[in-house]
Write a protein that binds this ligand. Structure first.
Ligand code: ADQ
Length: 473
């Protein structure tokens, strides 16, 4: 059996204690249950970016980490990764910053990852890199002579060529992406957008199994949605519903219906529009006044990036404004917490919520949508209101699907969800639950690893052989 080497920017096991908010760790926990190596940034800043990895062990997993220098952290992580690529890949070209020095640091930090990782690689290992921080990693590893199979999964959306063309050096980025043996995306739409970019930036036609040029490099691109262990999460939710903290929440509701939102505090999650929509629900459907409360759990995230600081100030103001306008002495309509909450607690809260409100402006998948569905009581389930621009909307079509920019449409969806008859709630939930049990964290890992091993896999995929024009000259 090949050893699996996961590479991601952050290593979950070495993150500070306490609840963590972030989808990547949740989706990959299963993948190394039989052991393997997980490599990434320690989360620590040192005088210099490390040249060698520090090794530790958690259970059967070997964990290898490097530290970053402050300058590399700023240019690689805060800069190119989160102020250039993140807004671009979330369809926010107006927020994209570009600085050539940051791009160079993005490449050099990937090279530092590769230099520290290469000595740890055994001949039969397969290497699986995760997310937009690590697009150049395969190029760097190949330059150091690593011959193993290397795959890449993009957790966030991919964009059409017309949008990628906004980015300086987009052709170089595409070329680096195509150095991987397998590239995976969350949805068919992202896969189609990738094909579009291959055609446009690399001038390579997509012809399944076609061989192009001489020193050709076969690339397999697949769409395989990430998921959760839905049945285990459902069991957790049932247990958590009896916990002291869930009981406290329930008592505080005094019979009112609960709407819940759970997100990292990120501008891609559509929180300002969501707050606005809740205000409109109370304005337009007055029967819900005093009868409903909306709990938004928003874990602070990337606080070094200026745009995130602005977002937090904006939401603090909006929350105050909504409560100031609508609250009564015995009713706080909007409860807003800017902290992470443990998964066990979240599971119980989801189960008590009549509506799960998941309205990102753009999102690779969105695991909160799946967690909310998993947590429901099948005999009296709540209703998922879901953005059409979350990757999850491609699968979860029995949710009430909304455009997250249209606060009135969200308010109408909330009204529909709050008044939906039980029989319809049960029928929708049954189908949704069946779907989230089909595409799980385990099936995601299995499909991707099969593709990387060159086997046929459950995921829909295209296989093509690419010789990017950039490498021909
Ligand atoms: P994220 O943007 O982090 O992940 P998401 O898929 O919603 O988004 O995952 C968040 C995870 O963190 C969930 O498991 C959720 O329970 C947890 N979480 C969120 N807010 C929390 C809070 N306040 N307290 C505690 N836990 C919280 C990225 C992509 C997504 C993609 C995932 C996985 O942006 O599109 O679905 O990776 O591929």
């Amino acid at each position: 059996m090949a050893r699996i080497v996961i590479v991601s920017n952050r290593i979950p096991a070495t993150s500070p204690k306490g609840p963590q908010a972030g989808g990547l760790a949740i989706g990959l926990k299963d993948c190394l249950k039989d052991g393997g190596l997980w490599f990434g940034w320690s989360g620590d800043i040192s005088a210099q970016t490390s040249t060698d990895a520090k090794i530790s062990h958690t259970g059967k997993i070997d964990v290898a980490t490097i530290d970053l220098s402050r300058e590399d952290y700023k240019k690689f992580y805060v800069g190119y990764s989160n102020s250039t690529l993140w807004p671009l890949l979330h369809f926010q070209p107006g927020l994209v910053e570009f600085d050539r020095a940051q791009f160079e640091t993005y490449l050099s930090v990937n090279h530092a990852f590769a230099r520290a990782l290469a000595p740890l690689i055994q001949p039969s290992d397969i290497i699986w890199a995760h997310d937009y921080h690590l697009i150049p990693l395969a190029c760097s590893l190949r330059a150091l002579g690593v011959k193993n199979r290397i795959g890449f999964f993009l957790h966030v959306p991919f964009v059409p060529a017309s949008l990628l063309s906004v980015l300086p050096r987009a052709d170089k980025l595409m070329h680096m992406l195509c150095t991987y043996d397998v590239v995976g995306f969350q949805t068919h739409q992202h896969l189609r957008d990738f094909e579009d970019c291959v055609r446009n930036f690399l001038n390579v036609p997509i012809e399944p199994d076609a061989s192009i040029g001489i020193d050709n490099h076969p690339l397999r691109a697949i769409a395989t949605p990430i998921g959760i262990d839905a049945r285990a999460f459902a069991r957790q939710a049932k247990r958590s519903a009896q916990s002291r903290v869930t009981k406290r929440l329930e008592e505080s509701m005094v019979g009112r219906a609960l709407i819940i939102g759970v997100d990292r505090l990120d501008y891609s999650k559509g929180l300002p529009n969501r707050f606005e929509a809740f205000g409109r629900l109370l304005d337009r459907f007055s029967e819900h006044r005093l009868k409903v409360s909306y709990l938004q759990v928003a874990a602070r995230s990337r606080e070094d990036v200026a745009e995130y600081q602005r977002l937090k100030r904006d939401l603090d103001r909006r929350a105050g404004e909504i409560n100031g306008r609508h609250a009564e002495f015995d009713w706080v309509p909007l409860r807003y917490i800017t902290r992470a909450v443990s998964r066990a607690t979240l599971a119980g809260f989801y189960r008590k919520a009549r509506v799960g409100l998941v309205t990102p402006l753009w999102d690779g998948m969105n695991l909160v949508a799946k967690e909310y569905v998993a947590a429901q009581d099948p005999d009296d389930p709540g209703v998922l209101v879901l953005s059409r621009f979350a990757g999850a909307a491609e699968e979860l079509t029995e949710a009430i699907i909304v455009n997250p920019l249209d606060s009135d449409e969200i308010a109408e969806a909330l009204h529909q969800a709050l008044t939906m008859p039980r029989a319809e709630r049960k029928a929708r939930h049954e189908k949704l639950f069946e779907k989230i049990c089909r595409t799980t964290a385990a099936s995601f890992c299995r499909d991707f690893i099969s593709a990387l091993l060159g086997e046929s896999c459950g995921a829909d995929h295209i296989t093509t052989t690419l010789v990017p024009t950039a490498t021909r000259s």
